[in-house]
Design a binder for this molecule. Structure first.
Ligand SMILES: Cc1cc2nc3c(=O)[nH]c(=O)nc-3n(C[C@H](O)[C@H](O)[C@H](O)COP(=O)(O)OP(=O)(O)OC[C@H]3O[C@@H](n4cnc5c(N)ncnc54)[C@H](O)[C@@H]3O)c2cc1C
Length: 463
C-alpha cells in the first residue's frame, strides 16, 4: 500500500509531540484507547498520548488542518459515546500535581485522578470535592460540575475552580480565570468543556481531614421502610450531612463480599463534616429503621472516602442515566419502588437516590451547573453483560419515563449517560444555560472541532 498525504502528516505530527501518536493497527493503539467503561469502544483515526499542553495543542492544530473532530479521554469513566473518527487526545500521562497548603489550592494536569489529590492534600489537613469514586479524573468530573460526597456541605466541585489552561480550537493555549476570560470560565464550570481541552486546572481544597461517614447495608426487602424514613429524615438534615440510598442488585461474583453476593441490598451511605457525636446522633434514627446486614458508619480519615459508596474499582461495561427531583414525596418513593424495589424484575443493577440541596443549591452567582434547583438526583445503571445487556438501554429509558411525574425533566451532565439526540443532550442544563453554552461554543469553536459525548453545537445568541 502506498504512503498517503495523511500518513506523511501523521508522521510529521509524531515528530512534533513528545507522547505516542498511533493509528489503527499500531502496537499500543488499543491500549491507548482503553478506559473504565468497556462498553464503549472508540475508533479514532489517530490517538495522541499527550505528555503536556504543547502535545495537546499540536494534536488540535493537526485536526484543524485536516478538518477532523477532536475528542479527549483521561480515564474513560465518562465514555458514554464511541468516538469513531478524528483525533482522540489521551491525557493520562499529564500527571502534574502541586498543592499550595497556605492558599488551600491544588493544581493538576489533565490526567490526574482524585486519589492522587486526596493523598497529597491529606497531610496538610485538607480534603477534596471528589465524587463517589477516587478513580475518576479530576478534570472531566469538575468540568461537568462534579457532585461530591461532601456536596451539601461545600457545593459542586466546579464552584471551587480558580483557573484553567485550555487548548482552544485554533490550537492556542488560553489561561482562563474569572477576570481574564469570564465567558470561558463560566462555561468550564459545569458546561462539560465543549470549548477546548483543559490541560491544567487549579481549584480550592476544603479543610477536612476526618469525617463521620460510611454506610448501612439493609436487606433489599427493607427498601420501602428505608426510603420512607429517608424521605422525612432528609427533609430535616443539616448541610453538614450529605447522603444517598442505593437499591443494588449485586452480581453473584467472587469480588462481592459473601453476605451480599447475588442479593438485592438497600445501601444507605453518607458523610458528616463536624463533631462525630453529632453525626452519630443524626444517623441514629436511620439505624433503627430495620436490622442491618452491615453497619460501616464510623469516624474515618478523608483518605478512606471510597469506602462510603464502595464503587467498583475495575473497568466494567455499563450504561447509565439520571433524573432530577424537586422533592421526594411519598408518591416519588412509590415510583422508585415500582421501578427498582424488591420483587421488581429489572435488568438494572442500581438505582441511586442522592440528597442534593444545601450548598449545592446555592453556588456562585453564575456558572453552567445544571442541577442547582433539584433536591434529589436519581441515577440508574445497568451492566452491559449477558443475559441483560440487550435489555439495559430500554430499561434506562423506561425507568426515567416511569419517574417522569416526579422529576424536573432535566438531568446532570456528569451522570446523564449516552445522549440520544441533541434534544436529549440539552436536558443536562436549564434552557438559558444551554443557549449560553452554545453561544460560548460559537465564539471559541465555531467549526465544532470539539465534537464528542456531551459537547453542545455552536449557535450564536439571537441579536
Ligand atoms: C464509578 C463512577 C463514579 C462516579 N461518581 C460520580 C460522582 O460521584 N459525581 C459526579 O459528578 N460524577 C460521577 N461520575 C461521573 C464522572 O464525573 C464522569 O463520568 C466524568 O466525565 C469522568 O471524567 P473522566 O475524565 O474520569 O472520564 P473520561 O471518560 O476520560 O472523560 C469524560 C469526559 O470528560 C471530559 N474531559 C475529560 N478530560 C478533559 C479535558 N482535559 N478537557 C476537556 N474535557 C475533558 C470530556 O467531555 C470527556 O468526554 C462517576 C462515574 C463513574 C464511572
Amino acid at each position: 500500500m502506498g504512503t498517503t498525504d495523511m500518513d506523511v502528516a501523521i508522521r510529521e505530527l509524531a515528530g512534533r509531540v513528545r507522547g505516542p501518536v498511533l493509528t489503527p493497527g499500531d502496537d499500543g493503539f488499543e491500549h491507548e484507547l482503553a478506559g473504565f467503561n468497556v462498553a464503549t469502544h472508540h475508533t479514532p483515526a489517530v490517538v495522541v498520548g499527550a505528555e503536556d499542553a504543547q502535545d495537546v495543542a499540536a494534536a488540535v492544530r493537526f485536526a484543524a488542518a485536516h478538518d477532523l473532530p477532536v475528542a479527549v479521554q483521561a480515564t474513560g469513566h465518562g465514555a458514554v459515546l464511541a468516538f469513531d473518527r478524528g483525533v482522540l487526545v489521551g491525557t493520562r500521562r499529564m500527571q502534574h500535581l502541586s498543592i499550595d497548603p497556605e492558599r488551600r489550592l491544588a493544581t493538576v494536569g489533565a490526567g490526574v485522578k482524585w486519589r492522587k489529590v486526596i493523598d497529597a492534600a491529606a497531610p496538610h489537613g485538607l480534603g477534596t470535592l471528589n465524587g463517589s469514586s477516587s478513580d475518576v479524573g479530576v478534570v472531566g468530573y469538575t468540568l461537568g460540575g462534579g457532585l461530591p460526597v461532601l456536596g451539601r456541605t461545600f457545593g459542586f466541585a466546579s464552584d471551587r475552580v480558580v483557573a484553567a489552561d485550555v487548548v482552544v480550537a485554533d490550537g492556542s493555549v488560553v489561561h482562563v480565570t474569572a477576570d481574564s476570560e469570564p465567558e470561558l470560565f463560566w462555561a468550564l464550570k459545569g458546561g462539560k468543556a465543549s470549548v477546548g481541552i483543559v490541560t491544567s486546572l487549579t481549584f480550592e481544597l476544603v479543610p477536612v481531614a476526618e469525617i463521620y461517614g460510611g454506610g448501612i447495608f439493609f436487606p433489599g426487602e427493607a427498601a420501602p421502610e428505608v426510603l420512607d424514613a429517608y424521605r422525612s429524615w432528609t427533609h430535616d438534615l443539616p448541610d453538614a450531612m450529605t447522603t444517598a440510598v442505593g437499591l443494588l442488585r449485586l452480581p453473584d461474583m467472587p469480588s462481592v463480599p459473601e453476605p451480599l453476593r447475588g442479593k438485592m441490598v438497600t445501601h444507605l451511605k453518607g458523610a458528616f463534616v463536624g463533631d462525630p457525636a453529632e453525626g452519630e446522633a443524626l444517623v441514629a434514627p436511620m439505624r433503627a429503621v430495620a436490622p442491618a446486614i452491615a453497619d460501616e458508619f464510623r469516624v474515618m480519615s478523608y483518605t478512606e472516602v471510597d469506602t462510603i459508596h464502595h464503587d467498583p474499582e475495575v473497568p466494567l461495561p455499563f450504561r447509565e442515566t439520571v433524573a432530577l427531583l424537586e422533592d421526594l414525596t411519598p408518591e416519588a418513593v412509590a415510583g422508585i419502588l415500582a421501578v427498582a424495589g424488591p420483587g421488581v424484575n429489572t435488568p438494572l443493577m442500581m438505582a441511586d437516590l442522592r440528597h442534593l440541596g444545601g450548598a449545592l443549591g446555592r453556588g456562585p452567582a453564575a456558572d453552567a451547573v445544571g442541577a442547582r434547583d433539584a433536591l434529589y438526583s436519581l441515577f440508574f445503571l445497568g451492566l452491559m453483560v449477558p443475559p441483560v445487556a440487550e435489555a439495559v438501554p430500554g430499561a434506562l429509558v423506561a425507568a426515567v419515563a416511569e419517574m417522569a411525574p416526579y422529576t424536573t425533566g432535566r438531568t446532570f451532565v456528569n451522570l446523564h449517560g449516552t445522549p440520544a439526540s441533541e434534544e436529549d443532550r440539552a436536558r443536562a442544563w436549564p434552557q438559558d444555560t444551554y443557549r449560553r453554552l452554545r453561544a460560548v461554543k460559537h465564539r471559541f469553536d465555531p467549526e465544532d472541532r470539539f465534537r464528542f459525548a456531551h459537547s453542545v453545537s455552536p449557535l450564536p445568541l439571537p441579536s
